[in-house]
Structure formats: C-alpha cells, structure tokens
Design a protein around this ligand. Structure first.
Ligand SMILES: *Cc1c(COP(=O)(O)O)cnc(C)c1O
Length: 236
C-alpha cells in the first residue's frame, strides 16, 4: 500500500463525495450548491477535524456529547459549525448547547425546553431540527428504534421549537429505516417537509443522506447530507 498522508486521503475521498453530491443534484435538476455537506467525525480525532477545515469543510457532525465536547474545544477558533446528530438525553442539553450550532435530533417536547433554557444561558440562537422516525411504509410491531418523532408528532414539536426563546426551527432530519428502499422513505420525509414549510416557510432544512444513501436523499430534496465513512474511512 502506498504511503499517503491523511491529508491526501481525506482530500481524495472528499473529492469523490463532492462529485457524488453534484451528480445526484444534477440528476434531480437541482443546483449542487443547495446541498450542504456535513462531515460526520465521530470516532475520528480532532486532527481530522482540522484537516477537514483546511480543506474547506466547516460543517461537522457528532452524535455523542462525551466525544463532541472535547473535540469542539480542541478545534475552537477554526470557524466550525457543529451539528449534533445523535440521540440526546435531556440532561446533556446544556453541554451540547455550549458548542453546537445545530441540533438535528430533537424528538420530544422536554428536549425543546431544556435546549431553550441552555441557549438562553449561553446567549445564543440554536437551530433545531425535528428528527422524524420514518419507521416503515407499513406499520410494524418492532420499530427500528433509531429515534425520532412519529410523523403526526412533527408539527406540534415544530411549533414548540418555533415558539421557544433561543431556538430557531431549521427543518427536519431523518435516518433511512433499515430494510426499505431509502428513496421511498426519503420521499415521505420530503412530503412532511413540504407541509412543515407551509406552516413555517423559513424551516427549509432537510437533513438526510449518509454515505450509503446520499444520492437518494439528494433526489428527495435533502439540503444537508451527513457523511462520515465515505470521507474519513470505515469506523472500527
Ligand atoms: C454516523 C452517522 C452518520 C454518518 O454515517 P456514514 O454512514 O458514516 O456516512 C449520519 N447520520 C447519523 C445520525 C449518524 O449517526
């Protein structure tokens, strides 16, 4: 195996991902600039976050507060925007609000009040997305337990965010359910996003798409894709 610096490795992976996003956008008759790439840096060190910043990727995502907090601290001053994308315990809201600019995983009202209180304490405006549980097309007993509000809970939760001091309603986020064509699942997300926008026109974010399904997500209207392994490598 040839010796390749981490910088070169990430640079070339990033070029492939950017091209995949651009190709998916063109195919869907969309402008590639409508899609923001969030690099998901979980399990990878702060040095990789610095490399990403050097390569122009300033949106970074993490799913665990214990890992994200020290990484955000170690890379302070680089102008990064931190996206919290994991299941969030209410008692961690204060810690996350200290460094996060976006919380994609708001799935219950108690979390809204906790984040609001924390945003006010830090005197910042935190953009929150409602995470939707896309479940399955057909109702099934055992859900995939990937978190998220049920579709009928989305609008009330969005109202709560929109009305909470310190919080801005960004839009919706989802992870494709296992065992279903992601295109179909993301189409349901797109419909929910359309009805959300009719009540909240500025809530335009659709956070969907990971390394394995970014093309389907972009085709369904994703404005933010969350890409980890395709940029940084397969996590152990
Ligand atoms: C890890 C993670 C991602 C990135 O997944 P990859 O398959 O590595 O691209 C995206 N979204 C969430 C919520 C994640 O936890």
């Amino acid at each position: 195996m040839g010796e390749q610096s981490r910088l070169e490795q990430i640079r070339s992976n990033l070029a492939v991902v950017r091209e995949d996003i651009a190709a998916a956008a063109r195919k869907a008759d969309r402008d590639p600039s409508e899609v923001t790439l969030i690099a998901v840096t979980k399990t990878y060190p702060a040095s990789d976050v610095r490399i990403l910043a050097e390569l122009g990727v300033l949106d970074v995502g993490e799913n665990r507060d214990q890992e994200a907090a020290p990484k955000a601290e170690a890379t302070a001053g680089l102008g990064l925007r931190w996206h919290f994308i994991g299941q969030l315990q209410t008692n961690k809201a204060g810690s996350v609000a200290a460094y996060a600019d976006f919380v994609h995983s708001v799935d219950r009202a108690r979390l809204v009040s906790a984040l609001s209180k924390s945003a006010l304490r830090y005197d910042k405006e935190l953009t929150c997305l409602v995470q939707v549980d896309l479940g399955n097309a057909e109702p099934v007993e055992a859900n995939t337990a990937r978190g998220g509000a049920l579709p009928h809970e989305v609008l009330p939760l969005a109202e709560a965010i929109a009305g909470a001091p310190g919080l801005t309603l960004g839009g919706l986020m989802a992870v494709a359910p296992l065992g279903e064509d992601p295109g179909r699942a993301f189409a349901r997300l797109g419909e929910l996003a359309t009805s959300l926008r009719s009540a909240h026109p500025s809530a335009t974010m659709i956070s969907a798409g990971m390394s394995g399904d970014l093309a389907e997500a972009v085709a369904a209207g994703a404005t933010h894709v969350r890409i980890g392994s395709a940029i940084l490598g397969i996590r152990p």
